[in-house]
Design a binder for this molecule. Structure first.
Ligand code: PLP
Length: 398
């Protein structure tokens, strides 16, 4: 017997593959600052558990495959705050943004089709693409120019008959990039010229800093029938374990076909949908304080990195990640070395090696992603550990 090449070819999550070592270290009493995954430490709004406590059905039943009507209504109302208007049959509730992404790939790609994605990108896109039999074509962007999109001509040159969609993470993970109006227009022009879908992963929509104005891809009239929005309660309401997300599009054909896919997995858990219904009704003001918390954390990490010799990074505009180019030979080796060999007062640090955020061979080898998801004092300590680790690392390049 042999397992499929499809699953063989998938890589272990770069964010999670070092977790077994971390568990061992914790058992040995070593403190590990875990800035490797986007698991926020912000308290989930009480509304989630309150709503579940009020649940009084005697049977935990299947729910409609598209999601319970109350949740869909709540999502519709939430979107209105951002000038996004979806009818109820244009939203499908999913098991997290992850399932929504997999469905997006499956919905727009046949085997061998291609999706353009600015690189570096959220590494699980690789897995979703492979499961759908699709290929990712990287749009190169650089840390040195804050991950700006290439010119229209350069984007245009990447298109061939196999390209079916362009996927953008807005705001970006791992880059923190927020697309400006001009860049969004460029994407829209490209999609119109080549009849492409635009998959907009906007799970970090609220987390935008420094007064930068944010516009959803769904609010652009000229592309409304080709935009697919990916969303989730995970980061927005710090409810990663609820596993509730959605895929939304005005493209009726796509939604009709994806409903069949949803039907095959029957439904999404009922209690979490009830909790998520309450979360999506959270007033916009809730985010003001949260955004400020993340903004301060970003500043701590950014300022600390700027002071480290040999480190290059830009100032992220959104989400809660920063990519840093470090004076190291290999990000995987460095991450492992920190865990296995480097301690300050019995403390160490875990970051996400950035190689897996690139599909272009050889890229990202000297980069790490830092998720600023711990409170300020822990982040300061973590940055101190990084600074000292860089001084001692035997694989330091310069
Ligand atoms: C850009 C992006 N999209 C989607 C997801 C998936 O989130 P979830 O499945 O928890 O909704 C994540 C999680 O880190 C992410 O960073």
């Amino acid at each position: 017997m042999k397992v499929s090449n499809r699953v063989w070819n998938i890589e272990a999550s770069p964010m999670r593959k070092l977790n077994p070592i971390v568990r061992e270290l914790i058992q040995q009493g070593i403190k590990v600052y875990q800035l490797n995954i986007g698991q926020p430490d912000i308290k989930t709004p009480n509304a989630f558990l309150n709503a579940i406590q009020d649940f009084s059905d005697e049977i935990i039943s299947y729910t409609p495959s598209e999601g319970i009507p109350e949740l869909i209504k709540s999502i519709q109302n939430y979107y209105k705050m951002y000038n996004i208007h979806f009818n109820e049959d244009e939203i499908l509730v999913t098991n997290g943004g992850s399932e929504a992404l997999l469905y997006a790939f499956m919905g727009v790609c046949d085997i061998g089709d291609q999706v353009l994605i600015p690189e570096p990108f959220y590494s699980n896109y690789n897995t979703f693409a492979k499961l759908a039999g699709a290929e990712i074509v990287a749009i190169p962007t650089k840390i040195e120019d804050d991950f700006a999109l290439p010119s229209f001509e350069k984007l245009d040159a990447l298109i061939n008959k196999k390209v079916k969609a362009i996927l953008l993470t807005h705001p970006g993970n791992p880059t923190g990039k927020v697309y400006n109006q001009e860049e969004m227009q460029r994407i829209a022009k490209l999609a119109l010229k080549h009849d492409l879908f635009i998959i907009a992963d906007e799970v970090y929509r609220e987390f935008v800093y420094d007064g930068i104005s944010y516009n959803s891809f769904a609010s652009r009239e000229e592309i409304k029938d080709r935009v697919i929005i990916i969303d989730s309660v995970s980061k927005r309401y710090s409810a990663c374990g609820a596993r509730i997300g959605c895929i939304s599009s005005k493209n009726k054909q796509l939604m009709k076909q994806l409903l069949k896919v949803c039907q095959s997995r029957l439904s999404v858990p009922i209690l979490e949908q009830i909790g998520a219904t309450a979360l999506f009704s959270t007033p916009k003001e809730y985010f003001y304080e949260i955004i400020e918390i993340y903004r301060k954390r970003r500043d701590i990490v950014y300022q600390s990195l700027k002071q480290m010799e040999g480190v290059i990074c830009g100032k992220p505009q959104g989400a809660f990640y920063i990519i840093a180019k470090l004076p190291i030979d290999d990000c995987d080796a460095f991450a492992k070395w920190m865990l296995e060999k480097f301690r300050i007062n019995n403390e160490t640090l875990l970051l996400a090696p950035a190689k897996s955020f690139y599909s272009t061979q050889g890229m990202g080898n000297d980069e790490m992603r830092i998720a600023y998801i711990l409170e300020e004092e822990s982040l300061k300590r973590a940055m101190y550990i990084l600074q000292e680790a860089l001084k001692k690392y035997p694989g330091r390049k310069y």
